[in-house]
Design a protein around this ligand. Structure first.
Ligand SMILES: NC(=O)C1=CN([C@@H]2O[C@H](COP(=O)(O)OP(=O)(O)OC[C@H]3O[C@@H](n4cnc5c(N)ncnc54)[C@H](O)[C@@H]3O)[C@@H](O)[C@H]2O)C=CC1
Ligand SMILES: N[C@@H](CC=O)C(=O)O
Ligand code: NA
Length: 429
């Protein structure tokens, strides 16, 4: 910080979120002074192409293609490029020099968290990433600080706006997958490469970050079994509705006596559950803590302005630390809990099997569940007009991932089972 109370800010990337950060920084300047104790001055904006057209409020004289110069002249580096490289090298450069980094880059934090946190330690710098999880929703702060005095047992959420928007458009308007994805991209929700959204990797990165914060344990991207929504059809959506459910892409992190687990997958949520009411690109995260009980965080998880709100909250906090010479909270990974193996990961599912419509077939199927110790909660056999066989929908009680996998293998090997049509997770295990 300079002697005249100015904290300098260098921005890397000026796209959907970065341009909104520039706008917000240029407005409400007196509020930022009052809240952080410093005048926040944007001193450089590193972009890939300085001659490209920009929003009218972006000061052209600050644009440069020299990111390292921006990093080396800023008290606070705001990384909004996305992806792994060069964002990783830029952040490490700032952190090793003892600087402060604010980022919205969940892919990088989830895949290289230990390296970044170690660089914070080594350089005695600061790292903030509120925008990396659930956009505007203050869930990083909530877990890291507000709930630091409690023991969190689970975190379950809709943490990807694009996929929630797509599933919602498919559910309420009957749109096809591609049509709904194009609309999500036009609204600025999707990542530059929407594969990360629709295949669940974006939600997996956020799930890993949430689990790391909630359980004080390093959980990485590779620790999160992930299934996206690309394969979801109008028929799946209709079947969920017929059963009184809504299909949502959930990230679920759990802590049991044996360890922790995180998964991302399309999940059937009862229509009365609060997560079922999360529409459009909104996100919601439900946290269960021993003393606090159930908490729900809800809000806009994507889009330029909502995400810039989270970035500004980190910038104001970071500037306050620069002014006072204090530090951001450090990584808390002391618990180092083991990852659960599939024999211990709690699971509940709805399994649809196509059977020959003959006496005894259902009993054989029920026996396969029983052999694996999987208890059945409900069985339904909807009429399938014109089909020679019967679709039987079996909902289990809570079991384990491994027992469920063995049950499905048993069903596939059973001669009276034509095929296993689908296996879908059910909320509430
Ligand atoms: N868009 C959203 O709703 C949200 C985005 N985020 C995260 O925020 C970050 C930024 O996202 P968006 O603004 O949506 O992306 P974007 O693609 O709109 O903007 C990124 C910008 O960085 C620029 N860029 C790329 N390589 C660069 C380089 N080497 N040097 C300088 N600039 C470079 C690109 O030209 C582009 O203008 C990502 O990490 C994303 O995951 C987080 C939450 C929500
Ligand atoms: N692409 C993401 C945006 C922010 O993380 C999403 O759709 O949620
Ligand atoms: Na957030």
């Amino acid at each position: 910080m300079s002697t005249d109370g100015v904290v300098t800010i260098g921005l890397l990337g000026c796209g959907t979120v970065g341009s909104q950060v520039v706008r917000m920084l240029s407005e409400h300047g007196d509020d930022w002074v009052a809240r952080s104790g410093a005048r926040l001055q944007l001193t450089g904006i590193a972009v890939r192409d300085a001659s490209a057209e920009r929003a009218p409020w972006v000061p052209r004289e600050l644009l440069t293609e020299d990111a390292e110069a921006v990093i080396d002249h800023a008290d606070i580096v705001v990384e909004l490029i996305g992806g792994i490289e060069p964002a990783r090298s830029y952040m490490l450069r700032a952190l090793h020099a003892g600087g402060t980094v604010v980022t919205g880059n969940k892919a990088l934090v989830a895949a290289h968290g230990p390296e970044l946190h170690d660089a914070v330690q080594a350089g005695n710098g600061n790292l903030y990433y509120e925008a990396a999880v659930a956009g505007a929703i203050p869930v990083v702060y909530g877990l890291r600080e507000s709930l630091a005095g409690d023991k969190i047992t689970s975190v379950a959420g809709i943490v990807n706006g694009t996929t929630n928007y797509i599933l919602d458009e498919m559910t309420t308007k009957g749109l096809g997958f591609e049509e709904a994805l194009a609309a999500a991209q036009a609204l600025g929700y999707a990542e530059a490469d929407p594969t990360a959204d629709v295949d669940g990797h974006d939600a997996a990165a956020k799930g890993a970050i949430l689990a790391s914060l909630a359980f004080h344990t390093r959980v990485g991207l590779d620790d999160v079994p992930t299934t996206g929504i690309r394969h979801i059809t109008a028929a799946d959506i209709a079947a969920a509705r017929a059963d009184g459910n809504v299909l949502k892409l959930l990230a679920v992190a759990q802590r049991t006596a044996d360890g922790v687990s995180v998964q991302v997958r399309p999940t059937l949520v009862p229509q009365a559950h609060p997560l079922a009411a999360v529409r459009g690109a909104f996100n919601a995260v439900v946290v269960e803590a021993e003393a606090a009980g159930r908490l729900m965080f809800y809000g806009q998880g994507a889009g330029g302005a909502p995400t810039a709100s989270a970035v500004l909250s980190d910038i104001v906090a970071a500037a306050g630390h620069v002014v006072r010479g204090s530090k951001a909270p450090r990584e808390s990974a002391y618990a180092a809990l083991p990852l659960l193996d599939p024999e211990h990961v709690p699971a509940r599912a709805q399994v649809t099997v196509r059977l020959a419509d003959e006496p005894g077939t259902l009993a054989a199927v029920a026996g396969i569940f029983g052999d694996q110790g999987v208890s059945i909660e409900a069985v339904r056999q909807p009429r399938v007009a014109g089909s020679p066989g019967a679709d039987v929908i079996i909902t289990t009680h809570t079991t384990t991932e491994a027992a469920l996998a063995r049950t499905v293998a048993g069903l596939e090997a059973e001669p009276t089972v034509d095929r296993v049509v689908s296996v879908t997770a059910v909320e509430g295990y």
